[in-house]
Write a protein that binds this ligand. Structure first.
Ligand SMILES: Cc1cc2nc3c(=O)[nH]c(=O)nc-3n(C[C@H](O)[C@H](O)[C@H](O)COP(=O)(O)OP(=O)(O)OC[C@H]3O[C@@H](n4cnc5c(N)ncnc54)[C@H](O)[C@@H]3O)c2cc1C
Length: 318
């Protein structure tokens, strides 16, 4: 089998943790992994990638001074051709959503995003469909295959190897077909929700934007925790869209998902039901979320969350 390509993402110059689950899923029993690193420091990434079974790192440079998905996609495709990579696995992250479809279009390749299981030998993947009502197994055909794994869908397992770094300078200058006029950063911060281990979300029950501080205070005591929201909270302007969990928001697979004042509509549950542990706080013991959670606290979130915050602070205190 040809080597499997991994499209590596970085944050603050370091390989994102989410890539390690990606490498684990792609490696299987003993596949050869080639990491594709674009305009980042392959040397710094080497040790992290070697720990997860990557034997070759292609250090792609584009010469572009800004993050341009058209140039990056063209550069990745050129490297895939050079190193005979027919299967590429990346993250279904904001960057992955920009790049993977562009790469697939250039190669006329089959593409599936938000995969939760991969069978690279059988070219089959599992992904949820119809708002999470069904789990589909999709068989890919063709000559090239692009897989977007759900972030945190697979737990990382170490496999120490040594890797060589190969430089690859991309000199093409594709016409992107668009012009960037302005780039804005929203107020949700730089943490992509799906990369969090713990997500504490709020819905209509929070009543206003200010009350989201109750959730932020709790999350502040937990490592790698973020605050999410239902669509009602986003549509009401309480929090930015980047925080929306669900069918039309972000799909998340955290270790723990806490839903406060969220009823558990099918569209919300579609985005979080694969969380390892789901906890709900709701005044209504018959709320739909009851059927989709592991722990359920019947009560007023305005009483429970301050107590939870105190308890988390006490555990955190040395
Ligand atoms: C095409 C489509 C796509 C959609 N996509 C999404 C999506 O991506 N994400 C999403 O979230 N929704 C989505 N929706 C909207 C979805 O159908 C629901 O309307 C929404 O999820 C409800 O949000 P909620 O649970 O915050 O509000 P509600 O359904 O109104 O629930 C509020 C809950 O808070 C509880 N509550 C109230 N006060 C308190 C309190 N003091 N303490 C504890 N509990 C309290 C109530 O008992 C209730 O259960 C979509 C809808 C459509 C049609």
């Amino acid at each position: 089998m040809n080597p499997i390509g991994l499209l590596i993402e970085f944050k603050d110059g370091r390989v994102k943790e989410a890539n390690f689950g990606l490498a684990t899923a792609a490696r299987g029993k003993n596949r050869q992994l080639i990491a594709l690193v674009v305009d980042a420091s392959a040397g710094d990434a080497r040790r992290a990638l070697e720990a997860f079974g990557v034997t070759r790192i292609v250090n792609i440079t584009t010469g572009s001074r800004r993050w341009d998905p058209a140039i990056r996609a063209a550069a990745v495709v050129a490297a895939m051709e050079q190193f005979e990579i027919s299967s590429l696995v990346g993250l279904t992250s904001p960057a992955g959503r920009e790049l993977l479809p562009r790469i697939a279009a250039r190669l006329d390749a089959a593409l599936v995003m938000d995969c939760i299981e991969l069978d690279l030998d059988g070219r089959r993947v599992k992904t949820s469909q119809y708002s999470g009502k069904t789990m589909a197994t999709i068989a890919l055909t063709g000559s090239h295959f692009i897989y977007g794994m759900g972030v945190n869908a697979v737990a990382p397992l170490q496999c120490q190897v040594t890797a060589e770094i190969i430089d690859f300078a991309f000199e093409g200058n594709p016409d992107p077909g668009y012009r960037v006029i302005e780039t804005r950063t929203d107020s949700s911060g730089t943490q992509y929700l799906a990369e969090s281990d713990v997500i504490i979300s709020g819905g209509r029950g929070l009543k206003n934007a200010e009350n989201f501080n109750l959730l932020i205070a709790c999350a502040g005591h937990i490592n790698n925790a973020s605050v999410g929201a239902s669509r009602v909270a986003v549509d009401n302007g309480w929090v930015p869209y980047a925080m929306q969990v669900g069918q039309t928001g972000v799909k998340v697979n955290p270790k723990v998902y806490l839903a406060a004042g969220i009823s558990g509509s099918i569209q919300h549950v579609a985005g979080m039901k694969t969380a390892k542990t789901i906890i709900a706080i709701n005044t209504d013991e018959n709320a739909a979320i009851m059927a989709n959670c592991d722990y359920f606290a019947v009560g007023d979130l305005f009483e429970i969350l301050p107590e939870l915050e105190k308890a988390l602070a006490a555990v955190r205190r040395p």
